[in-house]
Design a protein. Structure first.
Length: 216
């Protein structure tokens, strides 16, 4: 794990809301495992993907808009969003993907901001897988990147999602590259040595973040 620097965010930002740590990383890097480890320490987790799923539940306005764009074939027989179908539909069509993102991302951002404002914890973790791609660095005070060798990412996702290695590689190519994420990172967790090593890095950063908030 890269040692955290000692610079703290401006006092005004810390007083107005919790310290917001933006957790990001490529597919298969281990973001969920890291978020779970922080949550086990009592840290609030605000997850962009979880909010996105909530926004497209049956009865939500966003689901009706998606259905209007893509037709009823984007829904299951039970009226839920068919995520696998939608993923395949937009993956090769940049215009459709951008249209979908333009509809969902502002809603996700508003809900994340509301949850951050409601938190009374010293700091919270905002899990934003596409933090760089959606240009949301302004939403957070620090960026924590979960990093792993690309070979590990491919192996994990291929096993987890039952995808071919070529399919996983194509998804990775659609995301920000590893070097770009590391270049903007304030803190880095390296996920290449097993769960115990990962949790140890989380504990070190948790202590650092708590000390930063108490020093304000």
């Amino acid at each position: 794990m890269a040692p955290p620097d000692t610079e703290s965010p401006p006092a005004a930002a810390r007083n107005a809301r919790p310290l917001v740590i933006g957790l990001t990383g490529g597919i298969g890097s281990g973001k969920t495992t890291v978020a779970d480890a922080f949550q086990a320490l009592g840290v609030p987790i605000i997850d962009a993907d979880r909010i996105a799923r909530e926004l497209v539940e049956p009865g939500e306005p966003a689901l009706a808009e998606i259905s209007a764009i893509f037709g009823s074939q984007c829904l299951t027989a039970e009226g839920h969003l068919d995520r696998a179908w939608l993923r395949k539909r937009v993956f090769g069509d940049a215009a459709l993907r951008l249209r979908l993102e333009a509809m969902l991302h502002p809603r996700i951002r508003r809900r994340m901001l509301a949850q951050i404002a409601a938190s009374r914890a010293p700091y919270c973790i905002a899990v934003i897988p596409l933090l760089l791609e959606t240009q949301q660095k302004d939403l957070v005070d620090r960026i924590l990147v979960v990093d792993a060798p690309e070979s590990c990412q491919i192996e994990r996702v291929a096993s987890r999602d039952r995808l071919s290695r070529d399919s996983v590689a194509a998804i990775m190519q659609s995301q920000a590259d590893r070097e770009s994420r590391l270049a903007v990172a304030d803190d880095i967790i390296i996920n290449d040595r097993g769960l115990d090593a990962l949790i140890a890095q989380v504990q070190v950063l948790h202590q650092h973040y708590m000390e930063s908030t108490h020093a304000s």
